[in-house]
Design a protein around this ligand. Structure first.
Ligand code: HEM
Length: 526
């Protein structure tokens, strides 16, 4: 429509859309430059009308946001760094275990588990512990995927998702089991327990100053703002908004770094060796932020993924807005699309090419590029989690590329990375086989040209038998039996063919003294 009718178009009976990056600061303005209400159908579409994302009124949004802003400050995010390092260790353990079992690791669920554990512990004081439980992590991935698909319905019928999320749990489990995991009541009851218990042993740990405590201790807020069924929405919105988004930035960064190992990865690794001479060291956020290539890679990944595909309509409630010669009457919903800005050819040369070097200080156009770098939005409603997201990306990518040697496995840009569908945030084509799958070349477990999945199907047992040791001595199999077993390692496959194996599953992480079995059948008894 913009190609046909120009930069300002009435795209439906209610809404005007502007396709002109230079107008960004007029619409998505800061609090000092005019009021902006949110357009209700957009506010409600993710199902949390009482959290900041779902708050329509400008003034109420300011009040709600100011109560929790300090938690998400730059210094707040820096305090989260030790937690992020701890979660990185768990992420690596998960990756190792999957490679042992499957021969590769699929990173979408893994990164989602990582970012969701970070944001949930940080924002609500309670981790979802997805990195401790692969089964739960997969279920959570399905729930978030389902929520994304439902935003399409929510866009047109904005009451649907909030209504579903408030239905009796037994009914939700029956009709939409995926939604039952995004349980606001569970969060709310947790907050009641922890906030009423001043002796809480977690009170000095990360997450103790969580969104709930900040709201409850805020003196500007009336009691009606502090009731459980309002503040639980703040917890849910942080977890839902902060998990998938940051996870996607990781997958995009990983894909593009590994697609150009000769230049990009090499420069990154060299830089990391300087700041992390010991691969297991834990540099501060400030040290990591001083690395030009790491910083440039993160910025370029956030730009090129251009994740928010939805429009973000706002309403100027009392002042008309002006675009060139047009006057937009007060009260009219007007939207722009961040993706248009992030991929604007007038700003970024070859916007679909991954070029981290455009963010280096040697680029004379850097100020202009920075001005339009809006993956987190702009103005009053800009992402509250921006500092946390950056901290996760700096720490996570530094550890990954300092400690592991990775290869892409059966991943293509067109099928698995590029966005093909608008589900509020962008989703790749339905034919995707998942996001970057990795072979890991240097871990302490090696494997060879050995298709564990196939073996798994053939033996039809919910266990995989994997040898530790060198690639040449990987367990060999015949069609139905393993012919030879040396130093067996056992890992169950969850929920395989109805075999509902629950963690904890048996695993020897050391790789040095794995259990030995007389024959494979003994192993299956586990
Ligand atoms: C790469 C990661 C992320 C991206 C690309 C991203 C993107 C965005 C964008 C574009 C908005 C603005 C929506 C609007 O204009 O209405 C937003 C809002 C928001 N984001 Fe993020 N986000 C990310 C990470 C996070 C994290 C880690 C959190 C954790 C708390 C978070 C929590 C929120 C919340 C609560 C809002 C609503 C803010 C408000 O309405 O005042 N996001 N995000």
């Amino acid at each position: 429509m913009h190609e046909k009718y120009g930069p300002i178009v009435r795209i439906n009976p209610h809404e005007i859309h502007v396709y002109d990056s230079t107008w960004l600061d007029t619409l998505y303005t800061g609090p000092a430059y005019g009021k902006r209400d949110k357009y209700p159908p957009t506010a409600y579409m993710t199902g949390t009308p009482r959290g900041i994302f779902g708050t329509v009124s400008h003034d109420l949004h300011r009040l709600r946001r100011s109560a929790i802003n300090p938690l998400f400050s730059k210094s707040g995010a820096a305090a989260a760094v030790p937690m992020i390092y701890e979660h990185t260790e768990k992420l690596f353990t998960r990756m190792k275990s999957q490679i042992t079992r499957n021969g590769f690791t699929e990173m979408r669920a893994n990164f989602l588990a990582f970012t969701t554990d970070n944001v949930s512990l940080y924002s609500t004081g309670k981790s979802r512990d997805l990195l401790d439980d692969e089964y739960l992590a997969d279920e959570w991935k399905m729930s978030i995927g389902k929520l994304a698909e439902w935003t399409l319905i929510g866009r047109h019928f904005s009451w649907v998702i909030p209504t579903v999320l408030e239905m009796p749990m037994a009914l939700i489990r029956l009709i939409l089991p995926e939604f039952s995991r995004i349980d606001m009541r569970e969060l709310a009851s947790y907050y009641v327990q922890t906030t009423s218990n001043t002796e809480n042993p977690k009170s000095k740990s990360i997450g103790s100053t969580n969104v709930f405590r900040m709201i409850l201790s805020n003196e500007q807020m009336p009691p009606s703002e502090k009731v459980t069924n309002r503040i639980s929405h703040e917890g849910v919105v942080a977890i839902a908004a902060g998990g998938e988004t940051t996870a996607r930035a990781f997958t995009v960064a990983l894909f593009f770094i590994l697609s150009d190992k000769g230049t990009i990865q090499e420069k990154l690794k060299k830089e990391l060796e300087q700041v992390m001479p010991d691969p297991y060291s834990r540099p501060s956020l400030k040290e990591l932020e001083s690395l030009p290539w790491l910083s440039a890679i993160i910025k370029e990944s956030l730009r090129i993924m251009a994740l928010p595909t939805t429009r973000f309509p706002l309403v100027s409630p009392s002042e008309p807005l002006r675009y060139q010669e047009w006057v937009i009457p007060a009260g009219t919903p007007v939207s722009m699309t961040l993706r248009d800005v992030l991929l604007d050819t007038k700003i970024y040369k070859e916007p679909f090419d991954f070029q981290p070097q455009r963010w280096l200080s040697t680029n004379p156009d850097l100020d202009k590029l920075n001005k339009y770098h809006v993956p987190f939005g702009r103005g009053n409603r800009m992402c509250i989690g921006v500092n946390l997201a950056y901290a996760e990306l700096y720490v996570g990518l530094a550890c990954i590329f300092r400690r592991l040697e990775l290869e892409l496995h059966d991943t293509t840009r067109e099928r698995d990375i590029d966005i093909a569908r608008d589900c509020f945030i962008g989703e790749p084509s339905p034919s995707t086989k998942g996001w970057p799958k990795l072979d890991v070349l240097v871990f302490d477990i090696f494997y060879d040209n050995y298709d564990l999945n196939t073996a798994h199907h053939k033996v039809d047992l919910p266990v995989l038998l994997v040898d530790y040791g060198k690639a040449s001595s990987v367990v060999r199999k015949t069609s139905h039996e393993f012919s030879e077993i040396v130093n067996v390692h056992v890992a169950t496959q969850h929920n395989y063919h109805g075999w509902n194996a629950k963690p904890p599953y048996f695993e020897d992480q050391t790789g040095h003294n794995p259990p030995k079995y007389e024959n494979p059948r003994d192993a299956t008894m586990l």
